[in-house]
Design a protein around this ligand. Structure first.
Ligand SMILES: [Zn+2]
Length: 189
């Protein structure tokens, strides 16, 4: 049976690089996977998924793909797996549609994303994935102190920002992964 996976981690935990490696592993075995990301995640404004270490690949937007799937379920049949990057930005409903692909077409869906936002609150997509995913796995990264980083601090002018909108398209450089203690203390280095 196929499974719905949620692989979560803080900023800088190589989630995107992992997603692209999984895609490559399918490709190497002669299998076809589909890369998706929410259109909301439009840092680069393009339908590509880019990792910090330079790997990148073409993708489709989740919204467009699910619209096609709604019209004709057969669009999923050519794929052996579906890989979703930036899954925190999915809506709960989109997560549920993706879980339909697992349940009714037996195709694994592997979602990568942040667990929480810059205030340590769930993103809607992550919350729903934690509710319904079959397999929940952590992609780890460390704080500057060496402890596991679990919080995503939003940084402006070298200081932690505590208030603002959940989604702020400042790019990766506006965030830093910290352990919970240093997030509370606001110590970023
Ligand atoms: Zn720390």
């Amino acid at each position: 049976m196929a499974k719905l996976y949620f692989r979560y981690g803080a900023m800088g935990s190589s989630k995107t690089a992992n997603a692209l490696m999984v895609r490559y592993n399918y490709y190497e075995r002669g299998k076809k996977s589909l890369l998706l990301k929410p259109a909301l995640e439009n840092r680069d404004g393009e339908s590509t998924i880019k990792s910090r270490i330079g790997l990148e690949a073409e993708c489709l937007f989740v919204e467009d793909f699910l619209r096609d799937y709604e019209r004709d379920e057969n669009v999923v049949k050519e794929y052996d797996a579906i890989i979703v990057d930036e899954a925190q930005f999915l809506s709960a409903e989109q997560v549920d549609r993706l879980s339909d692909i697992v349940d009714f077409h037996n195709i694994p869906v592997i979602c990568y994303g942040l667990r929480t936002d810059f205030q340590c609150n769930f993103f809607p997509g992550s919350e729903r994935l934690l509710e319904v995913a079959d397999k929940i796995e952590e992609v780890k990264t460390v704080c500057w102190c060496g402890r596991k980083a679990t919080c995503n601090a939003r940084i402006f002018n070298g200081k932690i920002v505590r208030d603002g909108e959940q989604v702020f398209m400042g790019g990766n450089e506006s965030y830093i992964a910290l352990c919970r203690k240093h997030f509370k203390e606001g110590k970023i280095s």
